[in-house]
Design a protein around this ligand. Structure first.
Ligand code: AMP
Length: 375
């Protein structure tokens, strides 16, 4: 148990760190963040900011010495840094988790070893490997770099045989995996928390969220998802299996596909709080950010009860191009604006989000669409 008043370190000072700090301060914790930018989203509210790259071993060791527990706001912190910090302090996620998640091939193999349903995949080190995989799986396929990909970066869809070379060049001929394209009905996600209190495991799961992406970036999350108990239970059971297999501590976001014939396939694991879980911040009794702080400090997990149907919409930097006017949004009842204090507002950069509550989820969704179009 890491008592209130202790110091929590975070590698990465983006919006996930910022919201963890906002929630964690209320719980009595102090925070030190490592981030390359002195203008990062956490800068204004952190006790100490160490300016350095997420990948800096030096910064990780300095942070570990100053903190009672360390966590991350990105899965791209090298697992070797985490392993070095584990010699000094508590670190969640563990180096074992990051080693198995950072590399897409390792992640797929981990899921395969647990017999968790997912799309077919092959290792790719050459154009010949891509052709061999296309012969096996048929088209379309998705080529993904093994490391550093997120929000569709480092990805290319292959629809025709002739696209293979273009796709391979597009991802910079880097080591990759190729996956069968899933013709999904919907993308959903599960936000799950696992901890140990006095050596006893506790797990809690939020209601599953339905996610709509635009250009590979999450645009909108709708909760409840509209799926019946059978799909919801399937998703939750898979999420439980994943966190148990890792002996995981903290919040994990798990992206899944629901196929047209009602199958559930795991797409991707995020060993941290997740964009599709922002609805919990205001929409559930305990936000995913508070839950993560509870989990990594060994506190009992909070209730995940949904307070009302809710819709979350991301605000990307593109919206700032011609100036942005929030007056209609902030004058609309049951609507909450969250801004992350990031500058400058670049294209594709996540600048904030808003949530809309309504007793009917369809109505919340329609109000959210109107407000978004207005922006
Ligand atoms: P990822 O970085 O793996 O989460 O992929 C980003 C987005 O690309 C996902 O949210 C999906 O919309 C799409 N995508 C990724 N992999 C596949 C796949 N195998 N089949 C269909 N769509 C995919």
């Amino acid at each position: 148990m890491i008592a209130p008043g202790s110091c929590i370190g975070i590698i990465g000072g983006g919006q996930l760190a910022r919201m963890m700090i906002l929630e964690g301060r209320k719980m009595g914790y102090r925070f030190i963040v490592v981030d390359p930018s002195e203008q990062c989203a956490s800068a204004a509210i952190v006790d100490e900011l160490i300016i350095d790259k997420w990948s800096s071993l030096n910064a990780a060791l300095t942070l570990a010495k100053k903190c009672d527990v360390v966590t991350v706001d990105t899965e791209h912190v090298p697992w070797q840094s985490i392993q070095a910090m584990e010699e000094i302090t508590h670190v969640f996620p563990s180096s074992m988790v990051l080693k198995n998640i950072q590399d897409r091939l390792a992640q797929r193999q981990f899921l395969q070893n647990q017999s968790i349903p997912q799309t077919a995949f092959y290792n790719v080190e050459s154009l010949d490997d891509i052709h061999a995989a296309m012969d096996e799986m048929g088209l379309p396929c998705v080529l993904k770099t093994k490391t550093s990909g997120y929000d569709g970066k480092g990805q290319s869809v292959i629809r025709e045989l002739e696209d293979a070379l273009f796709a391979w060049e597009k991802i910079g001929r880097l080591p990759a995996i190729i996956e069968k394209f899933v013709d999904f009905q919907d993308e959903v996600s599960v936000i799950i928390a696992r901890t140990k209190v006095a050596c006893k495991v506790q797990v809690s799961i939020y209601p599953i969220a339905k996610n709509l992406h635009y250009k590979h970036i999450l645009h909108k999350t709708v909760v409840p998802s509209g799926y019946d108990g059978r799909i919801e239970e399937k998703c939750k059971a898979l999420a439980m299996q994943v966190v148990d297999a890792f002996d995981y501590i903290g919040v994990m976001g798990i992206e899944m596909f629901v196929t047209k014939d009602g199958e559930v396939l795991v797409n991707e694991l995020a060993p941290r709080t997740h964009n599709s879980g922002h609805f919990t911040y205001g929409g559930c009794m305990t936000s995913q950010f508070e839950q993560h702080i509870r989990a990594v400090t060994g506190q009992a997990l909070g209730a995940t009860t949904l307070l009302s149907p809710i819709v979350m919409v991301n605000l990307l930097g593109d919206l700032w191009d011609d100036g942005i006017d929030f007056s209609k949004l902030v004058q609309t009842p049951h609507t909450t604006l969250h801004l992350y204090g990031k500058t400058p507002p670049q294209k594709g950069r996540k600048m904030g989000h808003f949530t809309v509550f309504d007793a009917e989820v369809e109505k919340a969704s329609a109000i959210a669409d109107d407000l978004y179009n207005e922006l």
